[in-house]
Write a new protein. Structure first.
Length: 390
């Protein structure tokens, strides 16, 4: 959602994106007509002043497309006017041209244009100022030129600031998309890797006992189906699906999704790991109710990923999950007694990277590596300060 203080900047950026030609043509026409009235150009009855009027005002139509060129053309027309000793109110076009140079060109060209206009101010005052009013005329005309230049420079700085805000907004949007994709990647990795590993282990077990104990094999296959359905639910939740997703042909499309897994689901997770052939012990110290839902999901995913790696890389090992909860910190440790020199150490893949990213969200630390006395250890500490509890 766009912040309230961004609305004026967005409006100014929208005005800056309008096609400048019609607006500038209208401005040039207004200056031409306002300075053409009685006592100014028409009553003279000569074509020269009218041509100078056109030369001073018409170039303003292209002032934003070629600011310096327009300023030079208008300045040249003013020089011809001065040489012909024809005083015209349309000289105000010089101020508009100077403002445009200041608003759309760098500082150096703007200052050069201002110096050129100041020279014209001195020459005009010297020729047309009333007797004894030369200093006053120079000061008044210089003040108007300075105001035009300052306004142009301020406009340029403001447009640059608005462009920077627009760039920052787009950058934040791109970062948000990248973070969401990273989150989805982590979730998909954890969901698919864990559930497929457990399903493969259970399927192997069912195949092994299908002749000796067909009832046991049927129960195991029911567990496989149940794990598959839960995996589909987790995938729908991770993808923020609403309504029918079409991911499951066995469930009705409007089946409700279970809440995101947390510390309470560590027990069923340990049961599934034991059913897949990994003896798993769970110890939880502290009150899970004081842990925010996001941190609980992180703890669950850390334990899930660590146990899955043990199941895949350390056959025959035993695992233990220990969770210690305090109002300010949550610590989770997963250890096993398998071989320490496992493949995951040499090729951590997406799993370890995903765990570090999850922990970093909570300003925590992660340590993964061989444990003392053999086996593997994954330990994480999450900072809960500033997070809202459910």
């Amino acid at each position: 959602m766009r912040r309230r203080d961004d609305r004026p900047a967005a409006g100014l950026m929208g005005l800056a994106r309008w096609s400048p030609l019609p607006v500038d043509a209208l401005l040039a026409a207004m200056i031409f007509l306002v300075t053409l009235g009685p006592g100014q150009v028409l009553p003279r009855g000569e074509p020269g002043p009218l041509l100078l009027q056109v030369a001073l005002t018409v170039p303003l139509v292209w002032r934003r497309r070629a600011p310096l060129t327009v300023f030079c053309v208008v300045g040249a027309a003013a020089a011809v006017q001065w040489a012909a000793d024809v005083q015209l109110p349309a000289d105000a076009a010089l101020l508009v041209a100077l403002y445009t140079v200041g608003a759309h060109r760098p500082l150096r060209p703007a200052l050069a244009a201002a110096l050129a206009l100041e020279a014209g101010v001195v020459l005009a005052a010297a020729r047309w100022a009333p007797p004894g009013q030369f200093p006053f005329s120079v000061a008044a005309l210089t003040a108007m030129a300075a105001a035009a230049l300052t306004t142009g420079l301020w406009t340029r700085a403001r447009l640059a600031h608005v462009a920077s805000l627009e760039h920052d907004r787009e950058q934040r949007a791109r970062l948000a998309v990248a973070e969401e994709r990273a989150r989805m990647t982590r979730d998909m990795h954890d969901i698919v890797t864990h559930n497929l590993s457990v399903m493969v282990a259970l399927a192997d077990s069912a195949a092994h006992v299908r002749h000796r104990a067909p009832e046991r094999a049927a129960d195991v296959m029911e567990q496989v189906a149940d794990i598959g359905r839960r995996a589909l639910e987790d995938m729908r939740r991770s993808l923020n699906a609403e309504g029918p997703s079409g991911l499951s042909a066995d469930e009705p499309g409007d089946a409700p999704l279970h809440p995101a897994p947390g510390i309470a689901q560590l027990g069923p997770l340990a049961d599934r790991m034991r059913a897949a052939g990994l003896p798993t012990r769970l110890r939880v110290a502290g009150d899970p109710g004081m842990v925010p839902a996001a941190a609980q999901l992180t703890i669950y995913r850390l334990a899930q990923e660590a146990l899955t790696n043990t199941l895949r890389h350390a056959p025959g090992a035993r695992a233990e999950v220990r969770v210690h909860l305090t109002p300010r910190r949550a610590e989770v440790e997963v250890t096993d007694d398998g071989r320490a020199s496992r493949t995951a150490k040499a090729s951590p893949g997406r799993g370890l990277t995903g765990m570090r990213e999850r922990v970093a969200v909570h300003d925590g630390t992660l340590d993964a590596g061989p444990a003392r006395g053999g086996g593997w250890r994954v330990a994480a500490s999450l900072n809960l300060d500033g997070e809202e509890t459910p």
